[in-house]
Design a protein around this ligand. Structure first.
Ligand code: AMP
Ligand code: MG
Length: 434
């Protein structure tokens, strides 16, 4: 840095990758996955893999927007509350039925919301604008109706094709299916749809100290949380977790588990990528393909491994090696694993929502890395505020559970002071933050 005349107070290690460089290298190994056809309800959150056009108009025919009477507006030109116009009621039509007769001058058709407007009628008058209630209460004939208002032509008629015209491109390839798109697909008569399939993500924890949740607690042991926090994240972001369980720190165990991981679209391991670990773990990974160990200029989650495993059939499976500490594993997954899943799913953006918040306490940056501080974002008098969850050690998983965002101190800033505006990568949007 100094040789380039920069005046950063922190001189970062040039051999470290920036978050962006690491992300770019990782994403280079992934492509959009293949297409599957599935029931529309099962496709929520997936990316549409075909253009969807309509074979018909929606609505298919002119229909009523109200319960009332289908009329010819010309009959009602002089109608008012003081001098109502009486029309002969020649029939009734409900949604799902067809009118049996055309409306002619001087006549009206009783009509329900969504029912086809009879030929000859151009408008609908709601019940409220007629004497229907008084007439019925007085026991008078319903073969006639008095109308209290004049209406414009087309009033309360929903024209055919108002929403969708036959042949329209309604949903474009590439959109993510939300409840509204699923509803639109149903309205077009689709019961299945072509989407990009979800990636299968194999998840493996490594370590002799790990117990499976549900196992009896043992001295010197800890429960494997990484498999679960990562699998839950995979699920949340649209992947299908394949739980491989725990590999012990020995050759046989690692080899066996890795074989199971070769069926997946990506293998995500945790632990065994920091300097103090058994070299054997790295050797086993190297045997099955190639693996790089990177230092990423971020805190937490500096040590990261990335490589490609080769299956016996020659298939290449990318491998992301997360750090072992539970917060590091989650933060690294958020930056890299999530992006890989999004790319495979065919999503266009990789970012989480980011907001600007006023920082309520400083974030210190000791060694020129990008700090992702666990933060609690609240909204006070219309302004976002971010405070930290306390001790930022990467082993404190409950602090992750208290955070709703990651507040970012850039690598070239030794401190973000209280009162400064900070960018926060939101993990969640709890109700009170809106
Ligand atoms: P390692 O990278 O293997 O040195 O692990 C770093 C730290 O993370 C150690 O304290 C491990 O016990 C812890 N750790 C590793 N894997 C897990 C896991 N799956 N769940 C919870 N903690 C873990
Ligand atoms: Mg270990």
């Amino acid at each position: 840095m100094t040789q380039h005349g920069h005046s950063h107070r922190h001189h970062y290690d040039e051999s470290m990758l920036s978050v962006e460089e690491a992300l770019e290298r990782i994403l280079g190994y992934f492509d959009v996955l293949d297409v599957e056809e599935k029931p529309i309800l099962d496709a929520v959150g997936q990316v549409l893999a075909e253009d969807v056009t309509s074979r018909f108009n929606i609505p298919p025919m002119d229909n009523s927007a109200m319960d009332g009477y289908a009329v010819q507006a010309a009959d009602l030109q002089r109608a008012s509350a003081e001098s109502p116009v009486a029309l002969k009621v020649i029939g009734i039509v409900a949604a799902g039925s067809l009118p049996t007769e055309a409306v002619r001058p001087g006549t009206a058709f009783r009509i329900m919301t969504g029912a086809p407007v009879p030929d000859g009628a151009d408008s609908v008058v709601p019940f409220e604008e007629t004497d229907e209630v008084e007439r019925r209460n007085a026991g008078r004939s319903m073969d006639e109706i008095a109308i209290n208002v004049s209406v414009h032509q087309g009033s309360d008629v929903r024209p055919a094709g108002e929403d969708v015209r036959q042949g329209d491109l309604v949903l474009e390839k590439g959109v993510v299916l939300r409840p509204s798109e699923v509803g639109v697909l149903a309205s077009l008569g689709y019961h299945t749809v072509k989407v990009i399939r979800r990636p299968v993500v194999a998840i493996l924890s490594t370590g002799n100290e790990l117990l499976e949740p549900g196992d009896e607690f043992g001295a010197g042991k800890i429960y494997d949380s990484n498999s679960y926090s990562v699998a839950a994240s995979v699920q949340r972001y649209g992947g299908v977790p394949l739980m491989l369980g725990i590999a012990r720190d020995n050759l046989d165990s690692m080899n066996t588990k890795l074989q199971e991981g070769l069926e997946s679209d990506i293998l995500i391991t945790s632990a065994g990528v920091s300097k103090g670990d058994y070299d054997m773990v790295k050797d086993v990974l190297a045997q099955h393909g190639k693996i790089d160990f990177w230092s990423v200029r971020m805190r937490p989650a500096k040590p990261l491994a990335f490589g490609v495993l080769t299956a016996p059939d020659g298939r290449q499976v990318p491998h992301l090696g997360l750090p072992g500490n539970p917060v590091s594993a989650m933060v690294a997954f958020e930056q890299f694993g999530r992006a890989a899943i999004y790319k495979m799913l065919g999503k266009s953006g990789f970012q989480k929502p980011r907001i600007q918040a006023v920082l309520d306490e400083p974030i210190h940056n000791f060694d020129g890395r990008r700090v992702f501080a666990r933060a609690i974002v609240t909204k006070e008098n219309g302004t976002y505020h971010a405070r930290l969850t306390g001790n930022q050690s990467s082993n404190l998983l409950t602090s992750m559970a208290r955070a709703n965002g990651l507040a970012i101190c850039p690598e070239d800033m030794p401190v973000k002071e209280a009162g400064e505006v900070v960018e926060v990568q939101m993990l969640d949007w709890p109700e009170e933050v809106f």
